[in-house]
Design a protein around this ligand. Structure first.
Ligand code: G3P
Length: 213
């Protein structure tokens, strides 16, 4: 399973990348806004830190504008993955980018049918937002499981990228259903290490070591 970090914070990327556990980065317009620098500058700097897929999202709502943005973003670095919204225009832009071998990530996916469309048009990644489904009283993880079944039925190569992860159980559940990737916020990545028995075990071993003859 691949882990991406979902952030526009360069310090978080540097710190977590050093762990050796991070395979890529996802950003979105809200995360870019928080970074305080332009999207171009942010993606350039991330590509200097991380050797792996870096998702950069378009802002245009029409296919023509999406494609103009996409080709500019793709010039930044070969690891750039173009993030497109799950709309008709997004699908038109996706078909073009697939034909031209540009990697893509279809975002704001909330149904299995939307994920099916993304796979049919050759998306590299599809991003179901599990936390936001939980927010409205649904079970986001069920969506990941449905997409997994559908993709397996037809052998689609599109990778499932579990997004909008809010807690460590989302990571575990994504792994259990076979999500290819989870994009995880900094706080949740840090929480993955924790177990109280690990802490008390280390404490006891250190105590015993100090008391040893
Ligand atoms: O990867 C998508 C993610 O950034 C959205 O997360 O927590 O805003 O739903 P959230």
């Amino acid at each position: 399973m691949e882990f991406f970090i979902d952030t526009g914070n360069l310090e978080e990327i540097k710190e977590t990348y050093a762990w050796g556990l991070i395979d890529g980065v996802t950003t979105n317009p809200s995360l870019v806004a928080k970074s305080g620098i332009s999207q171009k500058e942010l993606i350039t700097q991330i590509s200097e830190i991380v050797d792996g897929p870096i998702s950069a999202e378009v802002i245009s709502t029409e296919a023509k504008g999406m494609l103009e943005e996409a080709y500019e973003l793709a010039k930044i670095h070969e690891n750039v993955v173009i993030k497109l919204p799950m709309t008709k225009d997004g699908m038109i832009a996706l078909a073009d980018l697939t034909k031209n071998n540009i990697k893509t990530n279809i975002t704001l996916v909330f149904s299995a049918n939307q994920a099916l469309l993304a796979a049919k048009n050759g998306a590299t990644y599809v991003s179901p937002f599990i936390g936001r489904l939980d927010d409205i009283g649904q079970t986001g993880m069920h969506l990941i499981a449905e997409i997994k079944d559908i993709y397996d039925n037809y052998g689609y190569q599109t990778k499932i990228l579990a997004a909008s992860i809010r807690h460590t159980d989302h990571v575990k559940a994504s792994a259990l259903v076979g999500s290819d990737v989870a994009t995880i916020p900094y706080k949740v990545l840090n929480q993955l290490f924790n177990h109280p028995l690990t802490d008390s075990g280390i404490e006891q071993f250190l105590k015993d070591h100090q008391n040893a003859k």
